[in-house]
Design a protein around this ligand. Structure first.
Ligand code: MN
Length: 512
């Protein structure tokens, strides 16, 4: 019998610390529902005390998700722990996750606390958390750079104070593989009671070892792993959930461990996160990368054709990767589009479906074969443009190599149109300046990316912009066969998001 390893997903907390990424309430709920359907054991839904947005998200997820434990992170601070308890009130299964740094460098440089002060704060906080919640996890931040004797002392104290899960994170991705496993063996051998609770691994990928260290910890006795979808997270990211799940599943004969995850949902979940973040996994990413199941060399193709197992250790269908999907074209209906959308991680309904279907029909007039990549671009665009305040009505550009570019842009908002002209160093900047003028905002363009969605001259161009205004940075997208139009759509999309954020913030302030 395989031992059960619990999957603790922190996409909504550590994953949201990916530079440039933040999720909205609706997106967080959508992700949490998908994690629950996949069979994730614990969902770290946020850090309740860190912001009103996190607080509301944890509350909303707690009210809805029943099959996974919902968890909030807290520092060893009374207000944090009380905020977590409040946020989790409606959860059917809840956990308070308390952490404090225990390495000499973190204690001295960040906390300005002595080891004894850290010890006292941890005991006090775990005790309080335990009074508010039966399920308490305690993390020793930067465990892999902590003095071993102090680590044992802290783990023992946290267990005595009532923590039922102890997490030993490799916060900075520093540990060597066997060294990380040894830490778990040492804790099990030296700390009284450590065999009665769940030990947890939490690894970062700074040296590309996060999956290896996580799996080694499981070999050494850890029965929970903390991870994120697609390996999202600060710096080089957290350990990717899909690789750990498939590592255990594929080599169950070696690890004698397994998770309760439904692997057939992996691909959809990965697609959903790419679509919400705009961050595509690299093509050679294990398990979910675009090339993960592509066989290029003749020898390999021949082998796979006679028996897939010659070169495939996992089956694409086991991950829910759609097989031989029917090509979409001129005759495909709304239902076919919604179906394909759901395979690609989007749930389309109502207005969103209508808007996506309209762009789909529009594209079939210009392009014979519609690939999944085209569909993805349309879906991202439909989602982006829908709730927008401003819509692009018309634009005109005057540009050349020996002149100042001028753009005239007309945007529509609630039936009214506004037209402004502006100049710029090139046509794109001129467009952006005109949009800024209409919206009455001065935004900073942080990045601008353009790519052809597919091969060929009739390909769609997809523009992604990252735009900053005051404290807020958002992603905007636009897609069109005309790259200047795509640029304008992307920028208008970003401005709409900025406006929406500002309004949402105003509402929360009024509500509290
Ligand atoms: Mn982390």
């Amino acid at each position: 019998m395989a031992d059960r390893v619990r999957i603790f997903d922190t996409t909504l907390r550590d994953g949201e610390q990916t530079p440039g990424i933040s999720f909205h309430l609706r997106e967080k709920l959508e992700i949490a529902r998908a994690l629950e359907r996949m069979g994730v054991d614990v969902i770290e839904a946020g850090f309740a005390a860190s912001s009103k947005g996190d607080m509301r998200a944890i509350q909303a997820i707690s009210a809805e998700v029943k099959d996974s434990v919902i968890c909030s992170l807290c520092r060893c601070v009374e207000a944090d722990i009380r905020a977590a308890s409040e946020a989790l009130e409606k959860a059917a299964q809840k956990r308070i996750h308390v952490f404090i740094a225990t390495s000499p460098i973190h204690m001295a440089a960040k906390l300005h606390m002595t080891p004894d002060e850290v010890y006292d704060a941890a005991v006090r906080s775990v005790t309080l958390a335990r009074n508010l919640c039966d399920d308490v996890e305690f993390s020793l931040e930067d465990a892999t750079r902590t003095e071993p004797e102090f680590l044992y002392r802290m783990v023992e104290a946290a267990i005595r104070a009532g923590a039922s899960t102890i997490n030993l994170p490799d916060t900075v991705g520093y540990a060597a593989v066997s060294e990380y496993g040894q830490m778990f063996r040492d804790v099990l051998a030296k700390v009284p009671g450590a065999d009665k609770i769940i030990l947890s691994a939490h690894c970062h990928n700074d040296l590309g070892l996060s999956v290896a260290t996580s799996l080694e910890a499981i070999r050494a006795g850890a029965r929970q792993v903390e991870c994120t979808v697609n390996g999202l997270g600060e710096r080089a990211g957290n350990a990717p959930m899909e690789e750990i799940i498939m590592g255990l599943r594929t080599r169950k004969n070696y690890y004698s461990c397994d998770t309760r995850a439904d692997t057939r949902r992996i691909y959809q979940l990965s697609r959903m996160l790419s679509s919400l973040t705009g961050v595509e996994p690299s093509p050679n990413k294990p398990v979910v990368g675009a090339n993960a199941f592509q066989h290029q060399s003749g020898v390999h193709q021949h082998g796979v054709l006679s028996n897939r197992e010659t070169y495939e250790i996992m089956k694409p269908e086991e991950l829910g990767i759609p097989q031989q999907s029917l090509a979409l074209g001129k005759l495909s209906g709304k239902h076919a589009l919604a179906d394909r959308a759901s395979q690609l991680g989007y749930r389309l309904e109502g207005e969103e479906l209508n808007s996506a279907f309209a762009s789909f029909k529009d594209l079939t007039d210009r392009k014979r074969e519609i690939t999944d990549r085209d569909v993805l671009a349309i879906l991202r665009d439909a989602r982006a443009s829908l709730n927008g305040a401003y819509k692009l009505f018309a634009f005109q550009i005057f540009t050349g190599n020996r002149m100042t570019s001028t753009a005239t842009v007309t945007l529509e908002k609630q039936g009214e149109t506004v037209t402004r002209a502006a100049t710029g160093d090139g046509p794109v900047e001129a467009i952006f300046n005109a949009v800024d003028d209409i919206a009455g905002m001065t935004c900073t363009l942080m990045s601008y990316n353009i790519k052809a969605v597919t091969e060929g001259r009739d390909a769609l161009g997809e523009v992604t912009v990252r735009v900053n205004h005051e404290e807020d940075t958002v992603l905007g997208r636009g897609v069109s066969t005309d790259i200047l139009e795509a640029s304008c759509l992307a920028y208008v999309n970003a401005v709409n998001r900025l406006i929406r954020h500002r309004e949402a913030e105003k509402q929360t302030e009024e509500a509290t």
